[in-house]
Write a protein of this length. Structure first.
Length: 382
């Protein structure tokens, strides 16, 4: 079986395969597929397509169903490039929210009306035991389908992406439950004699993410200078714990620590050293994880979340998630008059727009405080 590659622009190449002769007429049949990428990627795709045709595992695009396409797509180069955790979530949405409702529909016959109907079905009873799904969850499933169909467009399996025409359901804006300025001190006081205290102080003082907290190593800290570097994150996958780079290039950052937070870390380090010496584990290497096991290995982020839930319930603390402590840190910075760029950099957001999207309501309040301060400075009669 033969095929060739023709260049069609700087990053686009067309694959042409010889499918043999049509039964009866004897007419020579060909298939054309466009690949966006390098020459090497096009050659690899050509080899894959020819092997599928030769082995009888290829499905003619016009006969491919949503189910067969998605199960093939999730193992393609585009999907494999996803992080293991994201790939797990994509597979979950495909198997639980997409295939049960769109499975037998031919890929090329999927229309915007089908996508809109599918949204309605999920919102009414797309969860386990027929429970309604939240608009946010339906939106996540929609984005998986959209990405898969976008790749189908690039491969010229379909002419357009129906999921681009129908938007995902709107998610009602809601403020994250967090700690008020008056609640921070009592919560820290309640943590003081618990093992979760150093973690709570770190989250509140820096606003780092849970995975970044678990990824901190002692070599990332300069307690004398009061600096902390975020270099990695820990995520849990079916295969186990995985060390990964921060979510965005802005996620790798240097954060200044309050003196009190640095003092808590020194005490935490002292206790870790004492325990290691008692167990004969020796000194703490730089690559030991700050909030890891006694052997210096990382801890499961889910365990830290569960520890916080149990602790908060036992002490009757405000119902705030572990992630809510990150928001409390951001809220405190904004209330203190920090500008959006400073807040964005400390949180490791991709850009200031992300920060504004989450905390715009808080910046509005700080603007009111700024007006009051200016009014007092001008001293004009009212």
């Amino acid at each position: 079986m033969k095929g060739n590659i023709t260049r069609r622009g700087e990053r686009s190449r067309r694959l042409k395969f010889d499918l043999g002769r049509a039964p009866g007429s004897g007419k020579r049949l060909f298939r054309l597929v466009t690949v966006h990428g390098t020459k090497r990627e096009a050659e690899a795709e050509l080899v894959r397509q020819l092997a599928a045709l030769d082995g009888g595992t290829d499905v003619e695009p016009s006969k491919s169903t949503i189910e067969s396409y998605l199960r093939t797509w999730i193992d393609t180069a585009e999907a494999v490039a996803l992080s293991p955790k994201t790939s797990e979530r994509y597979r979950q949405f495909i198997e639980q929210q997409i295939i049960p409702h769109l499975a037998s529909l031919p890929l090329q016959k999927l229309r915007p009306a089908h996508v809109a109907t599918w949204h309605g079905v999920l919102l009414k009873g797309g969860g386990r035991e027929g429970r309604a799904l939240a608009a946010r969850t339906v939106g996540h499933a929609h984005r998986v389908l959209h990405k898969a169909l976008e790749d189908a467009c690039r491969r010229e399996l379909i002419a357009r992406n129906p999921a681009s025409i129908i938007p995902p359901p709107k998610v009602a804006a809601e403020e994250m439950a967090t700690l008020s300025a008056e609640q921070v001190k009592p919560v820290l006081a309640a943590m003081k004699d618990s093992s979760i205290y150093p973690q709570g102080v770190r989250l509140l003082s820096t606003g780092i993410r849970r995975g970044e907290l678990c990824g901190l190593q002692w070599g990332d800290l300069d307690l004398d200078a009061g600096k902390l570097r975020v270099e990695r994150s820990i995520e849990k996958t079916k295969a186990g714990l995985r060390v990964k780079s921060p979510k965005t290039r802005h996620g790798r950052r240097l954060i200044t620590l309050p003196a009190s937070a640095a003092a808590v870390l020194r005490e935490h380090r002292r206790k870790q050293l004492e325990l290691r010496v008692a167990l004969g584990a020796g000194r703490l290497p730089d690559d030991a994880f700050v909030f890891g096991t006694v052997e210096g290995k990382p801890r499961d982020p889910d365990r830290i979340t569960q520890d916080w839930k149990r602790f908060a319930a036992a002490r009757n603390l405000p119902r705030v998630t572990l992630h809510g402590l990150r928001h409390a840190s951001a809220s405190a910075l904004i209330a203190a008059g920090a500008d959006v760029i400073t807040v964005s950099r400390r949180l490791g957001h991709a850009n200031a727009n992300t920060t504004l999207a989450v905390y715009a309501h808080l910046f509005g309040r700080s603007d009111e405080a700024a007006v009051e301060a200016m009014d007092a400075a001008m001293g004009l009669e009212k």
